[in-house]
Design a protein around this ligand. Structure first.
Ligand code: B12
Length: 186
């Protein structure tokens, strides 16, 4: 299975540091921790590709490559999220949504196949099992906040266009999982 993980574009926000970053030749301050966590929860046998629209644009070939597409968003990313989902659905792809915007605004979401409310540590493994059985549901809602011990090791993201690395270092994992190939070769 090929999983594409997409972080939609942010407008100018206080914490984006967009204008300051350009002095340093960078395009993004932080890696998208939610998506790195989602990636770490997926089966090891799945291929992964991350596209962070803060760093580069989403190409048609990225979407074509994928069997399933995971998109995150904060509220401020909703316009970009809508455009991303529309492009993916227009190519007939299975789209999964989660993250802070989705968890707080369930009534006004773009059309997607699967919606995740809350944290994904318990619901995503269940989704993968359901998907393999051909019984994946439309909504997955975390019953409670998972214990911190259930947080998977987040995978490192080497990205020349990114200024910082906000991933907790004791959770970083260098040997497997999401490698941000497109960013590294940028
Ligand atoms: C740390 C943090 C930051 C850091 C980010 C560091 C980084 N590396 O990303 C900084 C300080 C930079 C930041 C900035 C901002 N932040 Co902030 N931030 C947080 C905070 C405290 C934790 C987020 C986090 O990393 N959690 C850890 C990760 C692993 O969890 P997660 O992202 O929630 O992902 C989990 C689930 O949501 C889910 N999930 C996420 N995505 C997806 C996708 C799919 C497909 C699926 C299935 C599941 C899924 O699975 C993950 C694992 O359980 C939250 C509050 C909170 N306690 O959640 C606010 C929060 C996310 N931030 C918020 C806001 C508003 C902002 C800013 C817009 C503020 C501003 N005006 O500048 C900026 C935007 C930054 C930008 N790029 O422009 C709001 C978002 C509100 C909303 N409903 O959209 C929050 C919720 C705070 C709040 N209560 O208002 N932030």
């Amino acid at each position: 299975m090929r999983a594409l993980l997409i972080n939609p574009e942010f407008p100018d926000t206080y914490w984006s540091f967009r204008h300051a970053l350009s002095f340093d030749g960078k395009r993004s301050a932080y890696p998208p921790l939610g998506l790195l966590t989602v990636s770490a929860l997926l089966p090891r046998t799945w291929e992964r590709r991350l596209v962070d629209l803060e760093v580069r644009r989403l190409k048609g070939s990225d979407i074509e490559w994928a069997d399933i597409i995971f998109v995150t968003a904060m509220l401020v990313q909703q316009e970009s999220l809508r455009r991303v989902v529309a492009r993916c659905k227009a190519r007939g792809k299975r789209v999964v949504l989660g993250g802070p915007y989705v968890s707080t605004s369930t009534e006004n979401l773009p059309e997607a196949d699967h919606i995740f409310i809350g944290e994904a540590e318990t619901t995503l493994p269940q989704f993968v099992k359901d998907l393999e059985r051909g019984e994946a549901k439309h909504f997955y809602q975390a019953a409670e906040r998972p214990p911190l011990a259930a947080t998977p090791r987040q995978e490192s993201l080497e990205c020349p266009a990114r200024a910082g690395d906000a991933a907790p270092h004791d959770r970083r994992e260098d040997g497997r999982g999401t490698r941000d190939r497109d960013h590294r070769s940028a």
